[in-house]
Design a protein around this ligand. Sequence first.
Ligand code: PTJ
Length: 249
Amino acid sequence: MNKESVTIPKTHPRYISLLKREKIIDGFNAGIVATAGLIAHGRGETFDYLIGEKTQDFAIAAEKAAIASLKLASNPVISINGNVAALVPDEIIQLSKIVNAKLELNLFYRTDDRVKNINELFLKKGVTLLGIEPDAKIPGLDHKRALCSKEGIFSADVVLIPLEDGDRALALKNMNKKVIAIDLNPLSRTAQVSDITIVNELTRTVTELIEIAKNINDSENIIKSYNNKKTLSDSLKFIKERLEYLATS
Ligand code: PTJ
């Protein structure tokens, strides 16, 4: 354990962001978050600054398309990694129930210890994750990150991948799945190859997805009119215009 003891006062102007950082550090100390998960989180914080640490319209459009796709799917699966387990374990369970999706552990940095720790975290919440004892492989990927479950990711038609690595996102696309990414970096390979890219922070996104799922109707039309190229373009334009405004005001 290598944890500095800090209490973040609620009055701190960046309280919410610091609380998420603490959850990631706690997750790291509990053997849930990968070392690289700390770096990934920091990169996410940077991009969150660029979009104003708020959900923007381009994210709402993608979130609606994501829920419409999950609801119409025949075998939807939500992929769980260390950062998801540390930041939104309860919310992701709630979302999976509302959209009838399976939850599958799928780690980039897969170790027996991390599998055990994340499995136990969810078991304590009454949820059995798929992918603990994998029985299939995502074709075209080397090493353990290809491991998956036949009844889950392997046979899924729609997969929600929060904070994914670009290679695996592409490998899932090559299996003809509809891929929904949550990624604050609109330039990442994951963001670029996915069918629906939610350029938004994970915690905000999952909370919003739950609310959208409760109220959505007209899923077919939402999907028909959704354009991911536009979402990515709108997110980059938003960042450009925001920086121009901040630089000149
Ligand atoms: O738990 P594991 O072993 O499966 O590993 C998980 C990580 C995230 C370490 C692994 O998938 C990885 O290395 O991912 P990358 O390639 O670092 O990509 C993570 C992406 O998520 C980056 O584009 C970040 O900007 C973005 N990101 C980080 N934190 C958040 C985020 N996006 C949304 N919300 C966040 N909180």
